[in-house]
Design a protein around this ligand. Structure first.
Ligand SMILES: [Zn+2]
Length: 91
């Protein structure tokens, strides 16, 4: 298990599906609800085919880090959880 070098919370590193960059997520998911139609696609609440599914959801650690202020302005140069993406920077 990895930990945030700023606040020492347990975190995991997972690649973003959209950007390809590694995201830092809280290791423990929280339960949340998504609505899906019969095809398994995301559906709005007014969709007659919508049904509620309780799923584990991971939170971006930047949103909850108790020491996030220390990260500002140095995310590229020296991210606190310097890990996981070394050698895989895509820019
Ligand atoms: Zn942290």
């Amino acid at each position: 298990m990895k930990e945030c070098t700023s606040c020492h919370a347990e975190v995991v590193f997972v690649k973003s599906a959209t950007s390809g960059r590694v995201m830092i997520l809280n290791a423990r998911p929280v339960s949340s609800v998504v609505l899906r139609n019969d095809l398994g696609e995301t559906a709005p609440p007014d969709d007659p085919a919508a049904s509620a599914h309780v799923v584990p959801v991971y939170t971006d650690h930047h949103a909850t880090c108790s020491r996030a202020k220390e990260w500002r302005g140095r995310s590229r140069r020296n991210p606190p959880p310097a890990d996981a993406d070394s050698g895989r920077r895509g820019d």
